[in-house]
Design a protein around this ligand. Structure first.
Ligand SMILES: CC(C)(COP(=O)(O)OP(=O)(O)OC[C@H]1O[C@@H](n2cnc3c(N)ncnc32)[C@H](O)[C@@H]1OP(=O)(O)O)[C@@H](O)C(=O)NCCC(=O)NCCS
Length: 460
């Protein structure tokens, strides 16, 4: 949290903020860091099952870890404990594990444009239930964030949180909201005529989602659509082919995943990965449900054609869509929050790993010249004063300065505002930024704001 104007610390200089001590990356006693490989599949899945208590029958350990990136993930182990009631073990059990992906994130570009930058996405975070609250997560988070910084391959990190109380302390802020829409089947989308007319030139068809052919077409649209919307995450090619692999547990009572493609001039321009659940009411009327796990379209016309098709399936009474936004055309074509029974939760959490680089990489909506005083407990190289200069062209440059801070905030507040969906002004109103120079909050706030709310494309 901001600590007040009297803290005149400097990044990378002899004058340091008193709290800027590099946190230890060593694991707490008696745990050891371990570099994982596919040889660890069994103990990785044992830990996964203990953490999430979800078991997919018939899925091998190797299949279970098929999206794990061994170059980015990490784990901690402990010597076999030989406890009462447990079978003697040879192998050291894993007590904590995290995974991470090299991804891309679409962020605000200069003056209403968009830019795509490297982002490291954290996932697979779990600690053995017998070893919780002993600092294992803290040690893994420190290793993860310091690793990104040391490699220098991404200036920002992100995640989807299982619980809201966990990640703020590590400098992550909620940057995009997860908006869920539930539409009644048969809803007529009230789009302007030019969109509805153009959508008629688009055809739709279904295909099983797990095949190589489907994955390739999904990835093509996924990457193209991500270039257009702030908040979109691009999945790496390395995991695209297995992302929609189906398992019995994931299916449950629902059908295996299907994908509905929208095609224009022979090219895929949209897709929706769906599952239908068969439901019948007490009077034998069909009340089936469709869940749309992931959907993307390269433009509003393709979105209109795709969703019109989803709303016209027989035996379905409601269609649930995830990861939309409050500015989603669908929300308004379908009549607004009341008709779409909108529910909102936190979506993507963003964390600036390298403050000056991250603030230079994104673009701005207006010129601005401010000195930001930042605090960062987990990544102390960010703690300091940063001069952000943005020209009339919306291109910014950020570097260390000795000048006094115009405003101060924690790195988590910068993460919250990074995608332009949450304003610095509203964060200041809630006490997450403190203004020292009159007007500084407003200037930075207007420069960082995006025209359209970030879209949460998919959870990972
Ligand atoms: C969440 C989880 C990873 C925490 O691991 P842990 O090793 O017990 O965490 P640590 O001991 O390192 O605690 C780190 C800090 O986080 C806090 N914390 C841990 N779990 C928390 C939770 N569920 N909610 C809020 N705070 C939590 C601790 O109190 C501690 O705070 P402090 O540093 O201010 O003292 C672990 O409880 C777990 O595996 N939970 C189930 C799976 C899950 O939710 N994973 C997260 C996926 S996004």
């Amino acid at each position: 949290m901001p600590t007040g104007r009297e803290n005149r610390w400097l990044p990378g200089s002899a004058v340091r903020h008193p709290g800027a001590v590099n946190p230890s990356t060593s694991p707490p006693t008696p745990y050891r860091s371990v570099t994982l490989s596919t040889d660890d599949a069994e103990r990785m899945m044992t830990l996964e099952h203990l953490v999430w208590f979800e078991v997919a029958p018939g899925v091998s350990a190797l299949e279970g870890i098929d999206t794990f990136d061994f170059a980015r993930g990490g784990a901690l182990e402990v010597s076999p404990l030989g406890q009462i009631g447990t079978v003697a073990q040879q192998a050291a059990p894993l007590v904590g594990m995290y995974g991470a992906y090299d991804m891309a994130l679409t962020v605000p570009g200069p003056i209403g444009a968009v830019a795509t930058i490297a982002m490291n996405g954290l996932t697979w975070v779990g600690v053995h239930p017998d070893h919780r609250r002993r600092g294992i997560l803290r040690s893994m988070m420190t290793e993860h964030l310091h690793g990104i910084h040391d490699r220098g391959d991404a200036a920002i990190a992100s995640l989807w949180a299982a619980e809201v109380g966990i990640y703020g302390r590590y400098g992550y802020g909620t940057a995009a909201l997860e908006v869920m829409l539930t539409l009644s089947s048969g809803t007529e989308l009230q789009a302007p005529a030019h969109i509805a007319e153009a959508a008629k030139a688009i055809t739709t068809h279904m295909a099983p989602a797990h095949t190589g052919a489907a994955s390739a077409a999904i990835q093509q649209v996924h990457a193209a659509a991500a270039q257009r919307s702030v908040g979109s995450i691009t999945r790496p090619e390395s995991i695209a082919s297995v992302w929609f692999r189906d398992t019995p547990k994931r299916g449950g009572e629902k059908e295996p995943r299907q994908v509905v493609f929208a095609v224009r001039d022979g090219e895929p321009v949209g897709y929706a990965v769906i599952r239908r659940t068969s439901v019948w009411d007490d009077h034998n009327n069909p009340e089936g449900e469709m869940s749309v796990g992931e959907m993307a379209a390269v433009d509003p016309t393709a979105l209109h054609a795709l969703v019109s098709r989803l709303l016209s399936f027989d035996l379905i009474s409601k269609v649930k869509m995830y990861s939309r936004s409050t500015d989603d055309p669908l929300l308004w074509w379908a009549g607004g929050p009341r008709t779409t029974r909108t529910s909102i939760t936190d979506g993507l959490w963003v964390r600036l790993v390298d403050v000056p680089k991250a603030l230079t990489q994104r673009g701005y909506a207006a010129a601005c010249d401010v000195v930001i005083g930042a605090t960062d407990e987990t990544c102390p190289w960010n703690t300091g004063r940063w001069h952000l200069e943005v020209g009339d062209d919306g291109v910014g440059h950020c570097q260390a300065t000795r000048a006094a801070a115009d405003l101060e905030l924690d790195v988590a507040a910068l993460g919250s505002a990074y995608l332009g969906g949450r304003s610095i002004a509203s964060l200041a109103q809630a006490g997450f930024a403190v203004e020292h120079t009159a007007g500084a909050v407003g200037r930075l706030s207007r420069a960082m704001r995006a025209d359209i709310e970030p879209l949460g494309t998919f959870g990972f």
